[in-house]
Design a protein. Structure first.
Length: 200
């Protein structure tokens, strides 16, 4: 398991670096567009200054100039971050280029997939066991309700009749999302999922 951890971390690092790299490229393009717009505004300001623009336009042009300076700083920062990410990505690619490391990484991925499959199977088995336990509780509640209300076999009973016999007066639910059929008195309750049934 200790040998798996570094490879899982490398995989996560690759994914994170890829996402960050693409996000910074998009931000860089957006900032470049803003810089172009700000440059255009600066040109307009210069032409308006030569035409003796009124004071209201001067304030707007000053604000646009401040925005331009801010955007240029952001572009510079993004370029620096992009360079750092590129270096990190190259380092990670070089470390993963080793054939032995790639083989170990493939083995780790196979073992990880095997563990995921085993976990999914265990979860399904656990859900089936809980469901069967719920069905037994429903059946016991049916028997108790029929005895207390002097109802014979074949009598219909609903979840609202049985709810008081459960913890918190709440009718149980199948943990895997199956639907329960209570059925009549004398007949076992059922779940519509395969393998979720009281053993005969």
């Amino acid at each position: 398991m200790k040998t798996l951890v570094p490879w899982i971390v490398v995989l996560i690092l690759f994914a994170a670096l890829g996402l960050l790299f693409s996000a910074h490229l998009r931000q860089g393009a957006e900032l470049a567009r803003h810089v172009a717009q700000a440059s255009e505004l600066e040109k307009q300001r210069a032409s308006e200054d030569s035409a003796a623009a009124p004071p209201a336009n001067v304030a707007q042009l000053q604000k646009d100039h401040e925005d331009l300076i801010r955007l240029r700083n952001e572009v510079r920062q993004l370029r620096q971050e992009k360079d750092q990410l590129t270096k990190q990505l190259q380092t990670a690619q070089q470390s993963a280029a080793n054939p032995q490391q790639q083989a170990e990484l493939q083995t780790a991925l196979t073992e990880l997939q095997k563990l995921r499959n085993e976990t999914a199977q265990a979860q399904q088995s656990n859900q089936a066991a809980i469901c069967i336990s719920n069905l037994r509780q429903i059946d016991a509640a049916k028997i108790q309700w029929a005895a207390e209300n002097n109802r014979p076999a074949g009598t219909l009973v609903g979840s609202q009749d049985l709810a008081p016999y459960f913890a918190n007066k709440t009718f149980p639910l199948c943990p895997a999302g199956g639907a329960y059929s209570i059925n009549v008195i004398g007949q076992n309750p059922t779940c519509n999922l395969p393998g979720h049934a009281i053993p005969r």
